[in-house]
Design a protein around this ligand. Structure first.
Ligand code: ADP
Ligand code: ZN
Length: 517
């Protein structure tokens, strides 16, 4: 695995790059002058933090906001990275520690407010520090016509000339005048490598489906695209074997690919996929890094990925040539359980696990959004968009209904049992199913006992799933995944908020086989 991916996981705890990040990281690490334009919240900081770790020497980060710098330094230190800030808010001890780290050659990232550049001492310090890269956050602050103008940003050009190192500029402001000014003031007019593509891949059709009979669903999707090159992603190695076998039995050219295979066998699959027409690769996440095939026509995810980032990275392998491509993502309650368990059983610190749960929740929200799927996807990356007309929810807008009453019942069941139980037990309570556990705990005497008998167990599961997607309840790893009621649920409980649920998620639930408990 390349070193940047290693660090992405081990230092930052992310399992995939966000759109745009990988290219920027590669260019910045290679020492190119770069200007990257990304929406706020898109993930700019990683694009200089990761190269800072990959490069020798110190990366100076110029940022206008002291609070933001301190946050980033704190997070980096917590992840074991030598980072420090020189700001007016520093205590003497903090400043001494930064100087010590510099003189011992330990420091990797040095954050600094632009005002610092006004003092002659700073330049001397930076000359001695072995700076190998300058990163400029909120680079539009250099623009005299913008409302964020910071005169001291004009000193950055001098700094670059004095140190003669590459400079990477970042901003969310995309208009042409600002860009021209950044190039003039920060790069002396020599155009840097610019990254400003949006995240949207409009030629990729997006679709999710509830996982009813996964094998049949994948076979049907592949059958409708017979002869076209595609990838099926699955969560386990065993499934890559069984699904590729099933596809071959249907007459497709299909092979399995996973990290447990010999390197030689993996390269062979990569080579065949590149060269043959219409091969299907059934793979785990291990497949993709080395794949540079522009005409992949479809990607199916037989299991729900871990996060929106992972989702986007996998489906994003389709249609690189810009021609129409199609995707299908299956998800069901088992996926959610599996992903939750993976997070909880991992060795990551509690804070990181919570972030992983939140990222999974965001993906569940995307899976069950009643709105345009692309709009929801881009919104997650900070980009706004009109309904796209090229996703399943645009094709057939899902029917929604006011789910406030069932949601209130479910929340109340969780609260009455002091948030110590998972969806299964809460559904027993709501539907009035006596079990050893309900008897032992006397839960038949709760006011919420059997108040939800108007809906089936499957329907309740769909409600709980959507509640998780909406982040109204969240499993607590410290309580073996018992559902805790979140802040977001408070207005609903107070009768002030309405909850809109997707009807089809419920219908799917109604039409499929009875649930096994
Ligand atoms: P920006 O500076 O572009 O506004 P940040 O760098 O603060 O955005 O990132 C926004 C959020 O995205 C942060 O919470 C960060 O942890 C998260 N993030 C960034 N890159 C990734 C990634 N590859 N996978 C998951 N989350 C990410
Ligand atoms: Zn759409």
């Amino acid at each position: 695995m390349p070193r940047d991916l290693d660090l992405l996981k081990s230092v930052f705890g992310f399992d995939a790059f966000r759109p745009g990040q990988a290219e920027i990281v590669v260019a910045v690490t290679a020492g190119e002058n770069t200007l990257a334009i990304m929406p706020t919240g898109g993930g700019k900081s990683l694009c200089f933090q990761l190269p800072a770790l990959l490069r020798d020497g110190v990366t100076v980060v110029i940022s206008p906001l002291i609070a933001l710098m301190r946050d980033q330094v704190r997070a980096l230190k917590a992840a074991g990275v030598e980072a420090g800030a020189l700001t007016s808010g520093n205590t003497d001890d903090e400043t001494d520690a930064v100087f010590a780290a510099i003189s011992e050659g330990r420091l990797k990232l040095l954050y600094m407010a632009p005002e610092r550049l006004a003092s002659g001492g700073t330049l001397n310090l930076l000359r001695r520090a072995g700076v190998s890269l300058i990163a400029v956050d909120e680079a539009h602050c250099v623009s005299q016509w913008g409302h964020d103008f910071r005169p001291d940003y004009l000193r950055i050009g001098d700094l670059r000339r004095a140190l003669d190192v590459p400079l990477a500029a970042f901003t969310a402001t995309a208009d042409a005048e600002t860009r021209t000014e950044i190039v003039a003031k920060l790069f002396d007019g020599a155009p840097p490598r610019a990254f400003l593509h949006g995240f949207d891949r409009p030629n990729i059709h997006l679709a999710f489906a509830a996982k009813d009979s996964p094998r049949a669903q994948i076979l049907a999707f592949a059958a409708a695209r017979r002869g076209q090159p595609g990838i099926v992603y699955t969560a386990t190695r065993a499934k890559t074997e069984s699904l590729s076998q099933a596809l071959r039995e249907e007459g497709h050219a299909a092979v399995a690919y996973h990290g447990g295979m010999e390197a030689e066998a993996r390269r062979e699959v990569e080579r065949r996929f590149q060269q043959e027409d219409g091969l299907i690769v059934v793979a785990t996440v291990a497949f993709g890094m080395g794949v540079d095939k522009p005409d992949i026509r479809w990607v199916a995810q037989a299991d729900l990925p871990k996060s929106i980032e992972a989702y986007y990275q996998e489906i994003g392998r389709a249609g690189r040539d810009g021609a129409p491509a199609e995707t299908l993502t299956l998800f069901g309650p088992d996926d959610i359980r599996l992903r939750r368990a993976q997070i909880d059983e991992g060795l990551a610190p509690a804070e990181r696990r919570a972030a992983d749960h939140a990222r999974l929740n965001a993906l569940l929200g995307l899976a069950e959004t009643p709105a345009c799927r692309r709009q929801a996807l881009l919104a997650y990356f900070g980009e706004s968009a009109e309904p796209c007309g090229n996703c399943d929810t645009c094709d057939t807008p899902p029917e929604t209904f006011d789910g406030t009453v069932p949601v209130m019942k479910a929340l109340s069941a969780a609260l009455r049992t002091e948030e110590w139980f998972g969806a299964g037990h809460l559904i027993d309570i709501l539907t009035g199913v006596e079990t050893d556990k309900t008897r032992a705990r006397g839960h038949m005497n709760l006011p919420t006992w059997a108040v939800g008998q108007d809906m089936s167990r499957r329907e309740w599961q769909a409600v709980f799933r959507q509640m998780m997607g909406l982040d109204l309840v969240r499993p607590d790893p410290a309580r073996h995944g018992a559902l805790r009621v979140t802040e977001k649920a408070h207005p609903v409980l107070r009768g002030e908020g309405k909850v809109t649920l997707r009807r089809d998620a419920i219908r799917q639930a109604r039409k499929s086989r009875p649930a096994v408990r």
